[in-house]
Design a protein around this ligand. Sequence first.
Ligand code: EPS
Length: 373
Amino acid sequence: MRLSTAGESHGKGLVAILEGIPAGLKVDFEEIAARLAARQSGYGRGARQKIEKDNAEFLAGVRGGVTLGSPIAILIPNLDYANWEPYMAPEGCDIETKKLTKVRPGHADLAGVVKFGTDDARNILERASARETAVRVAAGTVCRTLLRTLGVEIAGYVRAAGGIRDEKEYRFEELAGRSPVLSMMDRALEREACASIDRCRAEGDSCGGIAELRVKGLKSGFGSCMTYREKLDARLAAALMSVQAVKGVEVGLGFAAAEKRGSEVHDEIYYDGSFRRKTNRAGGIEGGMSNGEEIVLRAAMKPIPTLMKGLQTAEYPSGKPVRAAAERSDVCAIAACEEVLESALAYELAAVVTERLGGDTAAELKARYGALA
Ligand code: EPS
């Protein structure tokens, strides 16, 4: 399976090509629309989302609502392009007016201008922007539908935002009851988090958060201990780290495991007709393979680097001390990030599953999955 994306944040649109989805899968357009809307929402989002109304247009690979087994092409037009055409048109445009030289600390701006040999960070930020994640959600939702036919479900919630953290544990089934405001489970903590985001906004600052992601129904044996490339935890961590602004990933106990003893970390095994564990501190992965328990992952999102108050920086290439550029910004995008992470996870898991089981049709894949212990 392969997913490629293209598109600039203020260009004509975003495009995805998803290869390797078997034939015969019914695409859930309603779910795609709902997840695209969820990615656009969440307390702390900025003014750009008032302009966009993301709509995934399927250009290829699907006929009558069912996949053909051919590459799936998806287009999400950028509605803001109507305002940006004079500065972004591929065929020729004004490249001076929107030039960005007050490079933002924490963004791709400075490393990008140096690497790609330009004095305009616009050429960098347009692609580095998290706008790209819209089309990853559309493609990821197709992968999620494929996983669902196998009985594999993904869910998640925001565990921390604006420095307010929920330390409680939740059952997979409870996660459907997360709040629509900031995707947190605990409403009182969510109100505190929203207040923290409000303070951030008032101070021209930004803040991050933590998302927890769970996978239920994945049988054991996906991923492999035999080569480092095949390790499921390595692949899933890379998938989550590929999402803009993600700076850390944990599996199961994660970093906390390093401070505990083995007897407090490893999940004792028992047998009651099948091999089971009473605890799941490993987060469903041992030896780089799924062990049949729920997969538990956490991802930490850093604060967005565009601060309305602007951090101190040096203009490129003059080096003159200036305040970093800021026109508008998301104060906190952890709820959007959580939605994107679920999609990134869905794609990677679908890739892992289809690599192991193959199959030209969704029915073939389902039969092969069903035959596994
Ligand atoms: C982003 C900057 C902002 C965000 C954007 C990500 O866009 P703009 O510069 O147009 O205000 O809103 O995210 C999206 C547009 C989106 O749809 O998620 C950045 O620099 O990463």
